[in-house]
Write a protein that binds this ligand. Structure first.
Ligand code: N1C
Length: 234
């Protein structure tokens, strides 16, 4: 797809909603400035040439202020992870200002044009990995993971053959950026009506363990959980 219609208005609305209603305690932020910084990160630029640098100013304006010891990561389980976080008073990246602003949106620009491209934005698999949306989530995810402390949870889809996927953002960006001494608690949850296909002793989780042990991150894993068991109601 191309950029989400009314991208700028959505960013602005969400920014006011977040800073004034959802987290009015968060230090006062200028939504006009944040929107401008978001736009200037990618407007008029080659949509396949995104760099972390492009988002530097935006990130500086809106750094996460969520607690470091209450973070929930996920891969292929966004809605479930968000539900779990909400029930337990924990947070996902969409609970930070920038995660909240960009959730479910698409955006890219065109060289030489002041407008968003509403026809087509590059895809990570088909077109280029350094597209503005992917790089945005990578930068945010990297910061979210590297600044986590205490126990970090990750919700993985146990109905997949490889619950841990090295090519996912969790696999290539978050897991390798956890700090030493952090504990990662993994939950393998299978979909209702589907059998568990991966487990804590399977090869994908073994790979995750090896990435973590190199970094001195402790690892706890629970598998074979149904959605209801995981969310704690039977
Ligand atoms: O590639 P993934 O999952 O492993 O990424 C998820 C991982 C989470 O732990 C988040 O902290 O990375 C973070 N993250 C988001 O919060 C997020 N919100 C929306 C990464 N990506 C996010 N998106 C979009 O979903 C983004 O476009 C990205 O490519 C997908 C990742 O989904 P996935 O494969 O289920």
């Amino acid at each position: 797809p191309g950029s989400t219609p009314d991208f700028q208005d959505i960013i602005e609305d969400r920014c006011y909603n977040y800073t004034q209603r959802i987290r009015p305690d968060s230090r006062s932020r200028n939504c006009q400035e944040i929107k401008q910084a978001f736009m200037s990160a990618f407007i008029s630029k080659d949509p396949c040439k995104a760099t972390k640098e492009d988002y530097r100013r935006l990130i500086d304006l809106a750094d996460p202020t969520v607690p470091c010891n209450k973070r929930v990561l996920w891969s292929k389980t966004k809605e479930l992870a968000r539900e779990y976080a909400k029930l337990r008073g924990l947070v996902t990246l969409e609970d930070t200002l920038l995660g909240f602003l960009a959730d479910r949106l698409h955006w890219c620009g065109e060289p030489g044009s002041p407008d968003l491209n509403t026809w087509s934005c590059p895809d990570w698999e088909k077109d280029c990995r350094t597209n503005y949306r992917s790089v945005f989530w990578e930068v945010l995810s990297e910061r979210f993971a590297e600044s986590a402390c205490g126990t970090v949870q990750v919700v993985l889809d146990g109905s997949l053959e490889n619950a841990f996927n090295e090519m996912s953002i969790f696999g290539r960006v978050e897991a390798p950026n956890l700090k030493p001494m952090v504990t990662l608690q993994a939950w393998l949850v299978h979909d209702p009506g589907k059998p568990p296909r991966d487990s804590c002793s399977g090869s994908s989780i073994t790979k995750l363990k090896s990435i973590l042990s190199e970094r001195n991150v402790r690892f706890i894993c629970r598998d074979n959980l149904s959605r209801d068991e995981f969310l704690g109601r039977f």
